[in-house]
Design a protein around this ligand. Structure first.
Ligand code: BGP
Length: 459
């Protein structure tokens, strides 16, 4: 394993920073939505805003050499006019300086879902103006932080936040409107290309990529109908992000299928040229599970996800009418309380598929397991997390031996944080955060296991 291989954990601004209205930060769409609905929110979260130094020191002490985190757009840009918040810039300088002090390589995402509410009020990702605003914001970040950052990411998981926001309706802006989803999805991919263009035009050092919620598609059998369903599912789950960002091409069969039902007039030739010209240097893959599909049989398009944390109770269901149905339960597999299948083999298969299709360097930018945990004990004995990571790292190593160009692995998450609609109960961290008792940090058993594992890779 090369010395340059990045080993670390990941977080996201809204999920960990807290300080939601401090130091002139503007409101994000998540602040707005969760406050309006009176739901558990990230107002304080892990209070990383005040405790980042301790968190980064613990990464160093845990043998890690990298940290993936995101910048908060509403902390950096105050309003639609693009006024820069110098206090926000200063905060990220402090955070980046702490990374460098402790020898931790920062891996920086520009957008991890916290759109400024002032842009959501103007139509959010439905509005082409937001793409240009993203480009401006990206340039502000490159200009201010280029001396301290070598790895940039435009967007975290377009598929997940767009499908959740515009189809499933469980994330802001809580729509269930396929036409709006298509519109927003296209704009995000265009905005990503604009971010890459700003990066190339400014000749900033380092590399830039995109992070995808990667879910390799498997079929229940090898019949023609299942293979057709798999292609539909792959277009829905993966190809519209990966093909577009890596090859500069939106899948043609996806576009022709969508054009039968939906208005695609927002797609403009000049924008397609920008998408074609400004592809990414690397792919970040967040791997949690695969997608198992069968041919569509009946029923309306349905998306139900389990945010309940009670296995089977959320009765997760995904049907895309005329395209495919997702098989939610494979008796041969085990599942978490949130109905996520544990399937390490998908990581190996997926890495090899990505190698074949895109031939770009890859980072595993998230991988982990969400569990209920009692963090009042002396040490959380999270053997299930250790075994989850072990199996996935084994899959990663096997893929690398077979030729996959993997350059880093980030556990989700560095420390416990706010898990969107699942609240703080669903914990992923290598370090426990006691949200009820002064936000005290305590390494879990997995933190020490991860440290030893990294050590062994070096020898
Ligand atoms: C990814 C996101 C993260 C994180 C993780 C776990 O989709 O990039 O932000 O939350 O998944 O998901 P959840 O917190 O919903 O369990």
């Amino acid at each position: 394993m090369s010395d340059k291989f990045l080993w670390g954990g990941a977080s996201a601004s809204y999920q960990c920073e807290g300080a939601w209205n401090l130091d002139d930060k503007a409101e994000s769409m998540w602040d707005h939505y969760l406050h309006e609905e009176g739901l558990e929110n990230g107002d304080i979260a892990s209070d990383h805003y005040h405790r980042f130094e301790e968190d980064i020191r613990m990464m160093k002490e845990g043998g890690q050499n990298a940290y993936r985190f995101s910048l908060s757009w509403p902390r950096i840009i105050k309003n639609k006019a693009g006024e820069i918040n110098e206090k926000g810039i200063a905060f990220y300088h402090r955070l980046l300086d702490a990374c460098h002090t402790y020898g931790i390589e920062p891996f920086v995402t520009l957008y991890h879902w916290d759109l400024p509410q002032y842009w959501e009020d103007c139509g959010g990702w439905q509005n082409e103006e937001v793409c240009e605003a993203f480009e401006t914001y990206a340039r502000v970040c490159f200009d201010n932080f280029h001396e301290k950052v070598n790895h940039w990411v435009t967007f975290n998981e377009p598929k997940w936040f767009i499908a959740s926001g515009y189809l499933i309706g469980n994330y802001p802006p809580c729509r269930q409107d396929p036409q709006a989803m298509i519109h927003a999805a296209y704009h995000v991919m265009y905005a990503s290309a604009l971010g890459v263009r700003a990066f190339r035009q400014g000749k900033y050092p380092g590399t830039i990529g995109i992070v995808h919620s990667f879910t390799p598609v498997n079929g229940v059998d090898d019949t023609v109908n299942t293979r057709i369903a798999m292609r539909y599912a792959d277009n829905y789950c993966n190809n519209w992000i990966l093909d577009t960002a890596a090859k500069g091409e939106i899948p043609v069969d996806l576009l022709s299928e969508l054009s039968k039902t939906y208005d695609l007039s927002m797609i403009k030739p000049a924008q397609l040229q920008i998408i074609k010209d400004y592809t990414v240097d690397f792919l970040g893959l967040n791997y949690y599970s695969r997608t198992l599909v069968k041919p569509y049989t009946e029923g309306e398009t349905t998306f139900i996800v389990n945010n309940s944390g009670k296995q089977g109770k959320g009765s997760s269901k995904v049907i895309v009418k005329g395209w495919f149905e997702q098989v939610m339960h494979d008796p041969a597999s085990t599942y978490t309380e949130w109905d996520t299948e544990i399937y390490p083999k998908g990581l190996k298969d997926g890495l090899l598929e990505v190698k074949k299709k895109y031939n770009l360097p890859v980072y595993i930018t998230e991988n982990g397991i969400g569990m209920y945990e009692d963090v009042t004990v002396k040490q959380v004995e999270d053997d299930y997390r250790i075994s989850f990571m072990k199996d996935h790292l084994q899959a990663m190593h096997e893929a690398m031996e077979a030729g996959a160009d993997v350059r880093g692995y980030f556990a989700w998450s560095s420390f416990d944080l706010y898990s969107w609609k699942n609240g703080c109960e669903k914990r992923y961290g290598l370090v426990a955060v006691d949200f009820e008792n002064g936000l005290q940090r305590k390494p879990k058993k997995s933190y020490y296991w991860f440290k030893n594992m990294i050590e062994q890779q070096k020898s």
